[in-house]
Design a protein around this ligand. Sequence first.
Ligand code: ATP
Length: 341
Amino acid sequence: MEFSVTLPRTAEFTVEASASLLNFSMVGLTGHSGAGKTSLFRALAGLEKNAQVHSRFKNGALNRARVGLVFQEPLLLPHLTVEGNLQLATRYKASHRTISQDDDAIIAGCHCQHLLQRSPNGLSGGEAQRVALARALLNQPELLLLDEPLSAVDQSTRTSIMQWLRTVADQGLPMMLISHDISDLWLHCQSLLLMQDGQIVCHDVPAEVIHTMYKQSAGGRVQQVAVLAGPVVRAENSNAFTGFKCEGQLVYTTRCQDSENNRATLSVAAHSVVIDKNGQVPTSLDNQFMCEVQEIGPPIDEEVTVSLQRGSARLYATISVAAVKRLNLQNGDTVRASFPA
Ligand SMILES: Nc1ncnc2c1ncn2[C@@H]1O[C@H](COP(=O)(O)OP(=O)(O)OP(=O)(O)O)[C@@H](O)[C@H]1O
């Protein structure tokens, strides 16, 4: 897919975004609030009259009627039941199936089976989002644009739906996902587009884009998340854990993301990392990773984010300024980073 979009918003702000996405199943779109992400999706879906859109999709122009768009706000029809809302979507679906899953599997994948007889007015925010997602999928789109579609859904349901969505995407329904959740973007997208001031300023694998974001937001409060990945080596320690090798060290994770290729990943939020220089004292945290201090970031509200490196693996630890002094932490120090599985 290729696109080039120009959409004037205000006298000072115009979306001027283009990208070329090759053979993708799920691509993430991220960037600060107000960067123009929703505007870009609306233009691609044909909802903006003032937009100039040039696009190519599967060797033809993008058929806007077959672009599914799911917003954070579910916009369900209040006079119909959930089932009625979903039936309406199937009435306008593509004449040939673009999604290999049948309607029941889609409703189950979005965790909506028990909601069918309910009125949209009585649904929680997360339930309504799940119904809106199911409705978009039942419509059999050729491309699905997801604008923070599960922001109100609880973490464990969201994990389950995201993994299922990944399967649907891998089966042949390409998706673009707007999210501020770095962990979700990392785990589910092959590449990320970073938007800034209406333009796409970076398109790369998640590790690089997240790193770029971090560099650009030196004064901001982005919660850093690093991801460690590697081949599964053994699943012991506890039945719930999978072990994998990353830069020569064993790391435990509670989930195995890519069972097909036998690779596992663990996303590590900077606030969950504890660092020490001694490395001898046992801790209650399941992972211990020896690495080197590469950079100690500037203090923000009495906290600093320390960049840690081991080979090509990168980790971040957000700790207090007082802790940096206590540990006498310097660039080049070898430290033990401890974090949960
Ligand atoms: N209908 C509109 N008319 C005029 N300006 C708009 C309109 N919709 C959005 N804007 C402006 O365009 C800019 C980009 O907004 P947009 O919603 O696309 O950003 P975003 O990256 O999706 O932000 P967020 O992450 O907060 O959802 C903002 O300055 C916003 O105020």
